[in-house]
Design a binder for this molecule. Structure first.
Ligand code: GDP
Length: 489
């Protein structure tokens, strides 16, 4: 067969044949050292959202910046030296070392940490900073390096110790700068600025979300940020970033999906957990449904939660009804539609109940339902490497389903649906140990929710309902004060 002289580039909406997600990823990494980087894309039937050309260009520029200024370079060594005991005690830079850094200290459960890393990466890109992530106890076991020929992990000999215990009370905090603006403190007197974005941080900490190029932070060579959440929606409220964000993300509901697909490549060990489970239990079914069960009232099983799962999946026609009177086994199940249900949770009780239901009774439509749960860890053991690896594998498996039911308020669930480009059905968080009515609702977008939003209008410089300032930042379905990005025509 004669090959055509010119092969048109694949259209972005169908492109995944190259395994590079429409330019999101670059070729040239050692494939064997991180199999998921190029192979995970083969599970995507198509990209849920495509990267804009501007995003692809800015990613390449960020990669170059990370290489030019990252750990191991002379520039990094000099910048880090200024923070140490022999440094000059202030943050003043000279022109020849104009690299600026964002050190992220992500914390809490893995879902929280993933959302924090995605948000910090976007902030680093918007402000031309090198992102360095505090590794904690398990990060290198979970993810491959996202950037070639450099590392995003903060070197262990970083001169500022005890980063995990920094609070907004330290003199270097943005909180103090914002409080004392125009008085004593000035960014150039400080070796670094600490930004506390805990979901429970203060009014002055949250003024960070309104910082713009005319204010303090661009002058600080080192920012140290501690956060546990997805603060991207707040960046969309800062007028200083509007134009750039519009170019990066013409579709506002694509931010986490694209950043997560770019940044988070499971290590070979985690990829083994994912693929062995997927190939054994999910791959061959006609349809895959994910159900993520996260209970915040304690680790013991609750009947009202089981009732909520059943009410939601029945109301939304996600699981078939079972027949009350078993008609006896069919002559053959050949040709019957099969549905694999992937359940995740710390407890196995919900899974056992639902599996038992489809074992003990036939379905009305003759559909074959199989129910699976990879692990039941019973308790949250954040930071323990094997526990975190299972958590990541399960978030990833949830992302590989066709439809997903998640638990409200859970960052674990947000990562599952965000990574998969899936708009979930969210089970509302029960109050007073009672099944909510309605039990669940369809989310407005695949984006995660920001749990600790600002309540301040940067433009008007006064308090405001930040879910009403721009059409693409709204309150979340599962948390009335939270904020999330949605697509608007
Ligand atoms: P969130 O607390 O629901 O917002 O989610 P996080 O991921 O931040 O924290 C919960 C942590 O508990 C996870 O990271 C896991 O360590 C553990 N965990 C919760 N649910 C599950 C689950 O379904 N499977 C596994 N393997 N671990 C879970």
């Amino acid at each position: 067969m004669r090959l055509p002289l010119y092969l048109p580039p694949p259209s972005r909406h169908e492109s995944n044949q190259d395994g590079l997600l429409g330019g999101l990823l670059v070729p040239g990494f050692d494939e064997q050292s991180c199999i998921s980087r190029y192979k995970s894309t083969s599970h995507l039937k198509k990209l849920a959202r495509s990267p804009s050309t501007h995003l692809v260009k800015r990613l390449r520029e960020q990669e170059a910046l990370q290489r030019r200024c990252g750990p191991g370079t002379e520039t990094y060594r000099r910048a880090a030296e200024r923070l140490g005991p022999r440094g000059n005690g202030n943050g003043t830079t000279t022109d020849d070392d104009a690299c600026k850094y964002l050190v992220l200290v992500p914390y809490r459960g893995l879902g929280n940490r993933i959302l924090a890393m995605a948000s910090a990466f976007l902030y680093a890109m918007l402000t031309d900073r090198v992102l360095l992530v505090h590794r904690g106890t398990s990060l290198p076991d979970l993810f491959c390096e996202p950037f070639q020929e450099t590392s995003w992990l903060l070197p262990p000999d970083f001169p500022l110790g005890d980063l995990e215990n920094l609070t907004g009370e330290v003199p270097e905090s943005y909180r103090n700068l914002a409080r004392e603006y125009g008085r004593a403190a000035s960014v150039s007197d400080l070796p670094y600025v600490f930004v506390d974005l805990d979901h429970a941080c203060t009014y002055h900490d949250k003024l960070f979300y309104c910082d713009d190029h005319r204010e303090f932070l661009h002058r600080a060579p080192w920012l140290v940020m501690r956060t546990d959440g997805y603060f991207v929606p707040a960046l969309f409220l800062n007028p200083a970033y509007q134009e750039e964000l519009d170019k990066l993300f013409p579709r506002k509901d694509s931010v986490f999906y694209l950043l997560a697909r770019y940044l988070f490549h499971p290590t070979n060990k985690v990829w083994g957990l994912i693929t062995r489970f997927y190939d054994s239990y999910l791959k061959d079914s006609d349809e895959r449904l994910g159900i993520q069960v996260r209970v915040f009232d304690g680790d013991t099983p609750f009947k009202h939660v089981l009732d909520q799962i059943l009410a939601c999946t029945s109301q939304e026609h996600l699981l078939p009804e079972v027949v009350a009177q078993d008609p006896g086994p069919p002559a053959s199940t050949a040709g019957a539609r099969s549905k694999a249900v992937l359940m995740t949770g710390l407890s196995s009780w919900y899974f056992e109940n639902i599996r038992g239901r489809y074992w003990q009774s036939a379905t009305a439509a003759g559909e074959v339902v199989s129910v699976h749960q990879p692990s039941h860890e019973e308790h949250q053991l954040t930071g323990e490497a094997t526990h975190d690896m299972k958590a990541l594998a399960e978030m990833y498996l949830l992302s590989m389903t066709d439809a997903l039911v998640t638990s409200g308020w859970s960052t674990f669930g947000y990562v599952g649906h965000g990574l998969g480009g899936l708009t979930p059905w969210i089970m509302f968080k029960p109050e007073n140990l009672t099944t909510p009515d309605p039990p669940c609702g369809r989310a407005a977008s695949m984006e995660p929710c920001l749990h600790g939003p600002p309540f301040y209008d940067c433009r008007a410089r006064r308090g405001a309902d930040t879910g009403k300032l721009v059409p693409h930042v709204r309150h979340c379905e599962d948390m009335s004060w939270g904020l999330k990005l949605v697509h608007t025509e």
